[in-house]
Write a protein of this length. Structure first.
Length: 372
């Protein structure tokens, strides 16, 4: 029986002409393929090469653009995983500089060789970096030793095969993700049943991926988004009509309004940010559907966190207001109902404000798992 194929495509993302560097990239690509074949011989490892010479080979590049380029190429060429390599610096987000980054959701890693050594050592360093980030794409976490050791400096980089326990985990991961691609079993699906099927196939790992994005941190990162919610809430807290309105609504009405607000703000943000469009191909690819589900749930939980934050702050504000004033405005003690109502409106306001936010900001927060 033929061994199942796993395709790790390499994409050159800049107009690089330096023959020495190009030769090093080529050797590193072959070295990584060898190490993968050694560690996991039950798979047929392919590592095709492609070029997109759209950037000059110098100056800093935005990693989100490179990730998107990788996704495009991966879908177009039907690769399973993609490594985008550039000689440029990567514009870092949380660190002084970045050697590379990975996005498990997109199944793409980006490598920069700008801070690596030259000559023979360069090949080793690229290969080690690629194996580290591929490890993350294969679902591995950091370890004390071996290729999954956290990368601190380029000089620490040395290519090693995955350790047996890691190889076993990668094997299980690849068997699930690559070998049993849903798309091979089914030709045509309508959208809803396809998404449902994708979710139900492995709900545990979908939720694990969602939690890895730490959606509750979303309100903290997206300042404008949270500011829009805060402004609308402050305005509501000092408006007597808002208190009267909230007091007149039945609890079920406020709950229903909250659920609708959460769903629509998530939906609006998801489409407004163009998060659903991760590649140009409009085929029902399972991995793409899975990525969309993860992103939608992450945004949804992020919106819920924002709701909880505004709810708590409104309760606190309500406690700070004179009771006599609230009784006069609402005709009773309506702080709880009011907080629920204000939080739901705040979430809607945030979705509107969040759409003005720089698109790259949200994408980077959602997509990039590790920057090293
Ligand atoms: Zn790492």
């Amino acid at each position: 029986m033929a061994r199942p194929e796993v395709v790790v495509g390499w994409l050159l993302g800049a107009d690089l002409r330096d023959p020495e560097l190009l030769a090093a990239y080529e050797l590193a690509r072959e070295r990584v393929r060898e190490l993968l074949s050694e560690a996991l011989p039950e798979f047929e490892w392919k590592s095709p090469y492609a070029e997109r010479r759209v950037h000059l080979p110098r100056g800093g590049l935005d990693p989100v653009g490179l990730l998107e380029m990788g996704v495009d190429e991966k879908l177009h060429r039907r690769w399973d995983f993609a490594i985008v390599i550039v000689p440029n610096e990567l514009i870092p987000r949380h660190r002084p500089y970045a050697l590379g980054l990975s996005s498990e959701a997109l199944e793409v890693a980006v490598l920069s060789t700008s801070r690596l050594s030259t000559g023979e050592r360069l090949v080793e360093e690229i290969a080690a970096l690629a194996l580290h980030f591929l490890g993350h794409l294969f679902g591995l976490e950091h370890a004390e030793v071996g290729p999954m050791r956290p990368v601190l400096e380029p000089k620490d980089l040395a290519p090693e095969p995955y350790r047996p326990t890691e190889a076993a985990r990668v094997r299980a991961y690849l068997e699930r993700v690559v070998v049993t691609r849903l798309e091979e079993e089914t030709e045509r699906w309508n959208a809803v049943s396809f998404y449902l099927q994708t979710l139900l196939q492995d709900p545990g790992s979908v939720f694990r991926q969602v939690l890895e994005h730490a959606p509750w941190r979303l309100p903290l990162y997206l300042g404008r988004f949270t500011a829009a919610a805060a402004v609308s809430t402050v305005y509501l807290v000092i408006t007597s009509d808002a208190w009267a309105l909230a007091a007149s609504l039945p609890p079920a009405g406020i709950l229903g309004f909250t659920l609708v607000a959460l769903f629509f703000s998530t939906f609006f943000l998801f489409h407004g940010q163009d998060l659903g469009r991760l590649g140009h191909e409009r085929t029902w690819r399972e991995q793409l559907a899975r990525t969309r589900i993860v992103l939608f749930l992450t945004l949804g939980l992020g919106m819920f966190s924002l709701w909880a934050l505004v709810f708590a702050l409104t309760l606190a504000a309500g406690a700070a207001l004179p009771r006599a004033l609230i009784l006069q405005w609402a005709g009773g003690d309506a702080t709880l109902a009011f907080a629920g109502f204000a939080a739901a409106l705040g979430v809607v306001a945030a979705a509107m404000g969040g759409n003005l936010e720089e698109e790259a900001e949200i994408k980077a927060e959602l997509f990039i798992d590790e920057e090293t």
